[in-house]
Design a protein around this ligand. Structure first.
Ligand code: CTP
Ligand code: ZN
Length: 142
């Protein structure tokens, strides 16, 4: 077994579905962070069989909005002085920037390069969002 030590200060993303850790790593743009980041894959979990986990040793605030969309079961733990001081899960976000693609083939965002498209939540049950360019609805599907 590979041991990754506990951290003094930072954030631990726990209970990530096995196989989704790398996807989250990219969605949170952790490759752009200059602090120490560890992605652990397929570690044994008492409740889930296997899980992924991400540790970020940082002072910075990370925007976890996207977690509510792509991995709502993830537990976000804030660590200070080696102790967990906060633990929460993200809710489905009202607005999503730059992570979704519009499903309408005639939408301008699919023929021209448009960065950071804004999608607004229309239906929380079906997870449908409205594209700011063409108003059509798109469901987030990974
Ligand atoms: N952790 C860490 N560094 C610390 C404290 C905790 O890396 N100084 C990690 C632990 O290894 C664990 C996660 O943060 O993966 C959550 O730790 P803990 O607060 O001990 O909660 P658990 O009881 O393990 O998890 P939960 O209550 O969420 O089921
Ligand atoms: Zn569109």
């Amino acid at each position: 077994m590979i041991n990754v030590s506990k951290i003094k200060k930072g954030i631990v993303l726990d209970h990530i579905e096995a196989g989704e850790g790398y996807c989250l790593f990219k969605a949170l743009k952790l490759d752009e962070v200059s602090d120490t980041v560890v992605l652990m894959q397929n570690i044994s979990s008492t409740s889930k069989g296997k899980k992924d986990l991400i540790k970020i040793e940082t002072d910075f605030q990370v925007d976890f909005t996207v977690l509510g969309l792509i991995a709502p079961h993830t537990t976000v733990n804030y660590i200070e002085d080696g102790e967990r001081v906060k633990k929460f899960r993200m809710e489905l976000p009202e607005e999503v920037h730059g992570i979704m693609k519009c499903k309408n083939p005639r939408c301008i965002t699919n023929s021209e390069k448009v960065e950071d498209i804004l999608f607004t939540l229309v239906n929380p049950d079906s997870k449908e969002y409205r594209c700011e360019y063409c108003d059509s609805l798109t469901k987030y599907e990974g």
